[in-house]
Write a protein that binds this ligand. Structure first.
Ligand code: ZN
Length: 201
């Protein structure tokens, strides 16, 4: 599947000057919410992701997404895998399960994001799940920004990757583009201001 084309077709591959959740700046941004606007298209993507997960023999009881960014992708992936869907929400310093969601001891859980950049939010979600007795069996996302190593991807994980190396990451494609620390950002040096394209703007 050509994930870049899917994002382009949905006008979801943005050019500009963006402040990412990690605090870094980038000239491009993947606005996954635009790709998920059409449920049938979203289902095609998560069906393909579910197939990769099944082909690798991963057994899963539940998909858990970090809110808000991962919720739609997690819900559709749960449908594709025919399992339960839950999500965790931000709290000071991490994430937590709310809304009466429960996890059984040893329940096998996939943490699902829309995009894995360094994996910081996915890791916080995993820690929240493990603290409640769940077992994180994999991470999954539509696209991998190339800092972490996905199953079937070519490159080794970069030091910026926050995800544990002993749990597999499934993504439809690698999707690498430059990211800058604010003090090194060439667009800032030219005098423009980075905007927040996601849910925190
Ligand atoms: Zn900048």
């Amino acid at each position: 599947m050509n994930v870049e084309q899917v994002y382009k077709d949905a006008n979801a591959l943005l050019d500009g000057h963006f402040l990412l959740a990690s605090g870094n700046h980038s000239s491009r941004y993947l606005q996954s919410a635009k790709v998920m606007e059409y449920p049938k298209k979203a289902a095609e993507l998560t069906d393909a992701l579910a197939e990769m997960i099944r082909e690798n023999g991963i057994e899963v009881d539940t998909v858990c997404a970090p809110a808000l960014g991962g919720v739609l992708t997690g819900y559709e992936l749960a449908r594709s895998l025919d399992v339960r869907s839950i999500f965790v929400e931000k709290k000071e310093g991490g994430m937590e399960l709310r809304r009466g969601f429960e996890i059984a001891e040893g329940e096998k859980i996939i943490i699902c994001e829309d995009i894995i950049t360094t994996g910081g939010s996915a890791l916080k979600a995993a820690k929240a799940i493990e603290a409640l007795g769940g077992k994180v069996v994999a991470f999954a996302s539509l696209a991998n920004r190339g800092f972490c190593k996905r199953v079937g991807g070519l490159d080794e994980a970069k030091s910026a990757c926050a995800l544990p190396q002993d749990i597999p990451l499934f993504a439809l494609d690698d999707f690498t583009f430059e990211m800058y620390a604010p003090e090194e950002c060439p667009m800032c040096k030219e005098g423009s201001t980075a905007i927040k394209p996601g849910s925190k703007s």
